[in-house]
Design a protein around this ligand. Structure first.
Ligand code: PLP
Length: 405
């Protein structure tokens, strides 16, 4: 039999968050090492339990969740998501505008597969959550990265975006609050993006999965609430705000100028029906989650666990000579810059591997987030302070002596 190779569709597809370094970490675990995994934004293993009412609701609904649902999702979940965005001032949104998926991940794939033809360009942030770039490539599109500027709180650089527009640009993707940088975009910035989208007929995709994880009174604006004229696609889910990443419950919502997008929306419907439906028991969690007690607010408030861990991680990283981290205003990550000259860095992946073998701590290197310039790493600040603090001391110690050879 001939050797079996992957398809050429995968030639430009890359998703390194769970890539070779994570594989190396697993190998070390198999050899008996204990690895502290600060590479994935998965709250549950760090003791962030889901709100009780969500768990009870899923258990209660399990016996009646055995069949397929409507491929766009169960009615109660779609209504709950519709009302959620109505409260955020998206106008003219109906149940039919809501599609429930197996996490935001599935809806990103469906959204790109339904839209793109060969040669279509999509503007994506750099750094980005790399599934977006991977989904564009897999869908025969061309990812074009715009700069998010570290010296401007990691906000998108509007001039850079303008310089990258071509007649083939179909859409712009925003991640707000941002993974990996933790930036939360101002209304003024979002209005500039809307204006660009209007002038150049762009679709706006906004990944808002962290919309409730905000620090220091940061305010999140849902970009789709700022215009009825632009066709917007907003994505959200339960994985982070409600700490149930394993439930795989997310959604996609279309809004604004839906008339121009009827054919595309039909395409989304078709792809949703081809995969039957999202996991039904966990769809039942959506209404309870969105309508119930928002315990995430306790975690991000002054004195709340997530906020304290954010402060600890940011300050201990910034204590390291040669490392700088802009304070994240949302989400659950620190994205830190490493002075390449000071540490003679030639390869950010090697730096993360060196940290792994010396300190048994797993991070993700900057290039995994399509960050082409500079040396960066992302650290997940989910562990309790009594684990996070000592881990950061080990990272501090590592960089005290580190020189890449
Ligand atoms: N979008 C962003 C920005 C993320 O950070 C993640 C997960 O880390 C996802 C989407 C995927 O979320 P889900 O668990 O809903 O598939």
């Amino acid at each position: 039999m001939k050797s079996v190779s992957r398809s050429h569709k995968l030639d430009n597809v890359c998703y390194d968050i769970r890539g070779p370094i994570a594989v190396q970490a697993r190998k070390m675990e198999d050899e008996g090492h204990r690895i502290l995994k600060l590479n994935i934004g998965n709250p549950a293993p760090f003791g962030f339990d889901a709100p009780d009412d969500i768990l009870r609701d899923v258990i209660h609904n399990l016996p009646t969740s055995q069949g397929y649902s409507d491929s766009a999702g169960i009615y109660a979940a779609r209504v709950a998501v519709m009302q959620y965005y109505q409260q955020m001032n998206i106008k003219d949104i109906r149940v039919d505008d809501v599609f429930i998926g197996n996490g935001v991940s599935e809806m990103i794939m469906i959204a790109m597969q339904a839209l793109l033809n060969t040669g279509d360009e999509v503007l994506l942030p750099s750094p980005d959550y790399p599934l977006w770039t991977a989904a564009v490539s897999l869908s025969s599109g061309t990812p074009v990265h715009y700069v998010c500027d570290e010296h401007a709180d990691w906000f998108p650089d509007i001039d850079d975006i303008k310089s990258k527009l071509t007649p083939n640009t179909r859409a712009i993707v925003l991640i707000n609050p941002n993974n990996p940088t933790g930036a939360v975009y101002s209304k003024a910035l979002l209005e500039d993006i809307i204006e660009l989208a209007r002038q150049h007929s762009l679709i706006v995709f906004s990944d808002e999965i962290y919309d409730k994880i905000l620090y220091d009174k940061a305010e999140h604006t849902c970009i789709a609430s700022l215009s009825d004229e632009i066709f917007c696609v907003t994505l959200g889910g339960l994985s982070k705000n409600y700490r149930v990443a394993g439930f795989r419950a997310g959604w996609l919502v279309v809004s604004g100028n839906k008339r121009v997008a009827k054919d595309y929306i039909d395409g989304i419907n078709m792809l949703c029906s081809m995969r039957m439906c999202a996991n039904v028991p966990c769809q039942t969690a959506i209404q309870t989650a969105l309508g119930g007690y928002q315990s995430i607010n306790d975690l991000i408030a002054e004195g709340g666990r997530l906020k304290m861990q954010r402060d600890l991680a940011t300050s201990m990283l910034n204590e390291i000579d040669g490392i700088h981290c802009v304070k994240p205003m949302g989400a659950m990550y620190c994205f830190a810059r490493v002075d390449e000259k000071k540490f003679s860095i030639k390869n950010d992946e090697q730096m993360v591997l060196d940290l792994l073998s010396s300190e048994k701590i797993l991070l993700v290197h900057g290039r995994a987030f399509n960050m082409r310039q500079g040396t960066y790493f992302r650290l997940v600040f989910l562990p309790h302070s009594d684990i996070l603090g000592p881990a950061l001391s080990r990272i501090q110690n590592f960089f005290k002596h580190y020189q890449q050879i």
